[in-house]
Design a protein around this ligand. Structure first.
Ligand SMILES: Cc1ncc(COP(=O)(O)O)c(C=O)c1O
Length: 483
C-alpha cells in the first residue's frame, strides 16, 4: 500500500484516495427541533426522518458511496429475466474474488440467512458462531434452533487491546461439538468483522482453524462475509502471516477453506443485494429451490439488475487495499480523538464504525433504562447525528418474557465507506466530547410500544423525566445561536 505522510510529524490524518464528484445537501435542524423530532420518532433513531439528520451514522448498510466505475457499470445492466448478461458478469466477479463456482442471488443478507436456515436448521439444532447478528439469530430461533456464541472472553472486553477480538475460542468450539454432537450442528457460522462486538475482526488463522475443525467433524463451515472487507484490511495490517499477501490472496485463502459463503452486498461490494456462493454443488442444489420461492428467478433473486452490475465492480474494488482502507482509517481517527479525550470507546478501533461504551459513559443509567439507547437520543440532540443502539434494546426478550440484557451496551457510529469528509468526522467528535462533559444531564428511556420481534426497528420509547429538554437548554447556553 502506498504511504502518504504529512510534513509535521504530529499532524498525521487519514488521506482519502478518491475525490467526490456527486454530493448531497445536508440539513441540520436546530436543537429545539431535534428534541421535537426525537419525540415524534419515539426516541428510536430508526424512526427519525433522514431530512432531519445531519450525519447519518446509523449504519453502513446500503449507504456506502459508489465509485464512478460502479455507476458506469450500472448503466449497462441487462434486464432479461432468463440468461441475463448481468447475472453472468456478477457470477464471473464472484468466481474471480472467492474462487467459487456456484452462486445463488438473494435480495439482501438476511434473505441469504433465511435460505440457509430454512434449508439446514431444524428444531433442537445448535449453531455455533463467534457472535450472533440480529437477523441471523432471529431466523435460526424461528426454526427452533439455538445459537451458541463462542467469541473469546477478551472479545467482550471493550478495553483490551488485542488485534483480533472477533476470534472464536477454539477450545470452547471443540468442547461444544463434543457435548452436543456434530449431528446436531448443521453448520458453524463465522462472522467476519463481528458487527455487534464493535466491528472487531477475526484473524485469518482463526478462521482457517475453525474451518478445519468443521471439516474434521463433518460440519459445514459458513462464512458471513458481509463485513469481510474491513476484516481483510485488518488481517493485512495486523497479521504477520498475511503481511506479504495481497488482499485478493487473503480472500482466496479464506474462501477456499469454507463450504458456503454468504454476504450482504449492502456492505461487501458497496452496492445492494446479497449472494450465497459455494464450490459444493450438492449444497447449492439443496438451497436452490427456495430462491424462486422467496426471492425471484435465479438470474436476479430479488435484486435490481443495476445493483448487480455495481456489485460486480464493487467486489473487484473490495480487493484494492487503497479503497478498503478508507473506512478503518476514518474510524481509527474518530476513536483516537474520543479516546484521547477520555470518552470510553471500544478498542482497538474496528471496522464498520466507532463504538462508544454506553455503560461506562452513563454509569448511573441502569440496564433497564437502556443506556445505549439513551445515549443515541442524546447525541441526536447534541448534533443531529444519528447513531444506532447496539445494546439491550437490540436484543430479543427471553421466551419467558424477561429481559435478555446485552453483554455490551454500545452506541455505534457507523462510518459508511467513502461518504463523510474528515471535517464531518471532526464535527461528530466535537459533539460527542460536549456530550461527555455534560453526561450528568442524560437520563434513561422506557418503552411506550414494544414489538415482539426485532423491537429495535420499530419500537417506541419515552424519556424518563424531562432530561432531553434540559440537555437542549444546556446546548443553547453553551453554543448560543449555533445549529
Ligand atoms: C454481519 C451481518 N450479517 C448479515 C447482515 C444482514 O444483511 P442485510 O442488512 O443486507 O439483510 C448484516 C447487516 O447489517 C450484517 O452486518
Amino acid at each position: 500500500m502506498s504511504v502518504v505522510k504529512f510534513y509535521k510529524e504530529d499532524q498525521q490524518v487519514p488521506l482519502e484516495m478518491h475525490k467526490v464528484r456527486v454530493v448531497q445537501k445536508l440539513f441540520l435542524p436546530n436543537v429545539e427541533e431535534r428534541v421535537k423530532n426525537l419525540t415524534e420518532a419515539g426516541n428510536n433513531t430508526f424512526l427519525l426522518q433522514n431530512r432531519d439528520v445531519f450525519m447519518d451514522m446509523l449504519t453502513d448498510s446500503g449507504v456506502n458511496a459508489m465509485s464512478d466505475r460502479q455507476v458506469a457499470a450500472s448503466m449497462i445492466a441487462d434486464d432479461s429475466y432468463a440468461g441475463s448478461e448481468t447475472c453472468n458478469r456478477l457470477l464471473k466477479a464472484l468466481q474471480d474474488v472467492f474462487g467459487t463456482k456456484y452462486f445463488l442471488p438473494a435480495h439482501q443478507g438476511r434473505a441469504c440467512e433465511n435460505i440457509l436456515a430454512e434449508t439446514f436448521v431444524k428444531k433442537g439444532d445448535v449453531i455455533p458462531m463467534n457472535f450472533h447478528f440480529t437477523t441471523t439469530k432471529a431466523h435460526i430461533t424461528r426454526l427452533g434452533g439455538r445459537v451458541e456464541e463462542l467469541i473469546t472472553e477478551e472479545g467482550l472486553d471493550p478495553d483490551i487491546l488485542l488485534p483480533f477480538k472477533g476470534n472464536f475460542d477454539i477450545k470452547r468450539l471443540k468442547k461444544l461439538i463434543k457435548e452436543v454432537g456434530p449431528e446436531h450442528i448443521p453448520f458453524v457460522r463465522i462472522e467476519a468483522g463481528t458487527n455487534l462486538v464493535g466491528g472487531q475482526p477475526l484473524s485469518m488463522e482463526n478462521m482457517l482453524e475453525v474451518a478445519a475443525i468443521c471439516k474434521e467433524n463433518g460440519i459445514m463451515s459458513v462464512l458471513d462475509a458481509s463485513l469481510l472487507q474491513d476484516n481483510l484490511y485488518f488481517i493485512k495490517t495486523r497479521e504477520e502471516e498475511a503481511k506479504n499477501m495481497s488482499i485478493a490472496e487473503i480472500t482466496r485463502k479464506i474462501s477456499d477453506a469454507m463450504d458456503i459463503i454468504y454476504f450482504s452486498a449492502r456492505k461487501m461490494g458497496f452496492s445492494r443485494g446479497g449472494a450465497i456462493v459455494s464450490n459444493n454443488e450438492k449444497l447449492i442444489l439443496k438451497m436452490k429451490t427456495l430462491i424462486p420461492l422467496y426471492e425471484g428467478f435465479l438470474t436476479y433473486g430479488g435484486m435490481e439488475v443495476r445493483a448487480m452490475e455495481a456489485m460486480a465492480v464493487g467486489l473487484y474494488e473490495s480487493m484494492d487495499e487503497e479503497i478498503i482502507n478508507q473506512g478503518p482509517l476514518f474510524i481509527e481517527y474518530l476513536v483516537k480523538e474520543l479516546d484521547d479525550y477520555g470518552v470510553p470507546m471500544v478498542k482497538p478501533a474496528g471496522g464498520l464504525g466507532a463504538h462508544i461504551n454506553a455503560s461506562k459513559f452513563l454509569p448511573n443509567i441502569p440496564h433497564e433504562q437502556y443506556p445505549a439507547g439513551a445515549l443515541a437520543t442524546a447525541l441526536y440532540i447534541a448534533g443531529g447525528i444519528r447513531g444506532m443502539e447496539r445494546g439491550s434494546i437490540s436484543e430479543q426478550r427471553n421466551p419467558d418474557g424477561s429481559e435478555n440484557y446485552a453483554e455490551l451496551e454500545l452506541l455505534r457510529l457507523a462510518c459508511p465507506r467513502r461518504v463523510f469528509t474528515l471535517s464531518q468526522i471532526k464535527y461528530c467528535a466535537d459533539r460527542v466530547k460536549w456530550l461527555y462533559d455534560n453526561r450528568d444531564l442524560i437520563g434513561g428511556l422506557k418503552w411506550e410500544e414494544e414489538p415482539e420481534v426485532l423491537r429495535f426497528f420499530f419500537g417506541r420509547l419515552q424519556a424518563v423525566g424531562n432530561w432531553q429538554e434540559k440537555l437542549a437548554a444546556k446546548f443553547r447556553e453553551d453554543f448560543g445561536d449555533s445549529l
